[in-house]
Design a protein around this ligand. Structure first.
Ligand SMILES: Nc1ncnc2c1ncn2[C@@H]1O[C@H](COP(=O)(O)OP(=O)(O)OP(=O)(O)O)[C@@H](O)[C@H]1O
Length: 259
């Protein structure tokens, strides 16, 4: 369970990232956050693992307060919250397996410091690779994989971490539309299999509607819509984006389907 209670984030520049956000995300839900650039989507997601400090209000993850957490408390929290980034953040000069094993760092810090992982850690890493369909790439250098495959490695690394919460900040923004769809389908499938609470920022509304249980719409640091994906119609779209739907708001795959 993730709970925001009247959370404000003000950056040192004075810009408001979040302006009084209250939100409850129950365990096992798949939530997609949408909104214009600068609406506060990344700030919302990054606040959950303390990457962005909360200025005021309360933020709790599985009963643990994130606001004000530091040191060991923050490390324990981050061990339980996996993060997937737009740019994959892999170490591309080493193998896929080594990258996935990095997800075990918070569980076996001493042995992994020396690059030695136990059989149990390797089994977890192989299982994670299998879940995203790239087990055959385990010994391939990460740099040799396509963007979609690299993001699957990043998903496998997060799964190897065995977190209760996964955060994904624009995870498919650098992929072409069919690959973006396939990677979202992988993320959604493993999320359902393992019941991990997942919060994803997405740019395209059709992707958000296809994969979300629930959509949170943001505008100027505030939540302007919160409901099931099926309830997002043109009126809701306008409340989030301040204008009607245009061709730039849907992925190429959706444009093809509509024309
Ligand atoms: N490190 C920072 N320092 C100062 N201002 C920031 C910082 N990060 C974000 N902001 C500002 O906070 C507001 C919310 O930004 P945020 O990145 O959360 O929006 P977003 O909806 O994720 O946008 P995008 O889709 O472009 O990533 C914006 O006005 C942004 O310029």
């Amino acid at each position: 369970m993730i709970t925001f209670r009247d959370v404000h984030v003000t950056y040192p520049t004075g810009t408001k990232g979040l302006d009084g956000v209250s939100l409850e995300i129950p365990e096992g839900e798949f939530v997609v956050v949408v909104g214009l650039s600068g609406a506060g989507k990344s700030t919302l997601v990054r606040a959950v693992n303390g990457l962005v400090p909360v200025t005021s209000g309360e933020l709790e993850v599985n009963g643990q307060r994130v606001d004000g957490a530091r040191g060991g408390t923050l490390r324990r929290l981050r061990a339980d919250v996996g993060m997937i980034f737009q740019g994959f953040n892999l170490v591309t000069r080493v193998s896929v397996l080594r990258n996935v094993l990095m997800g075990r760092l918070s569980h076996s810090p001493v042995s992994s410091l020396f690059g030695v992982y136990g059989a149990a850690d390797k089994e977890i890493a192989f299982d994670a690779l299998d879940r995203v369909g790239i087990l055959d790439k385990a010994y391939v250098r990460a740099s040799r994989l396509s963007g979609g495959q690299q993001q699957r490695v990043a998903i496998a690394r997060v799964l190897a971490q065995q977190p209760h919460v996964v955060l994904a900040d624009e995870p498919v923004a650098s992929l072409d539309p069919p690959t973006a769809n396939a990677v979202m389908a992988d993320l959604r499938r493993v999320q359902r299999q393992l019941g991990i609470t997942t919060v994803v920022n997405l740019h395209f509304l059709d992707l958000a509607k296809s994969f979300a249980d629930r959509i949170v719409g943001m505008r100027a640091g505030r939540i302007v819509f919160d409901g099931p994906a099926a309830e997002v119609d043109d009126r809701v779209f306008e409340s989030i984006y301040g204008r009607s739907l245009s061709v730039q708001d849907v992925s190429t795959a959706e444009v093809d389907r509509l024309t």
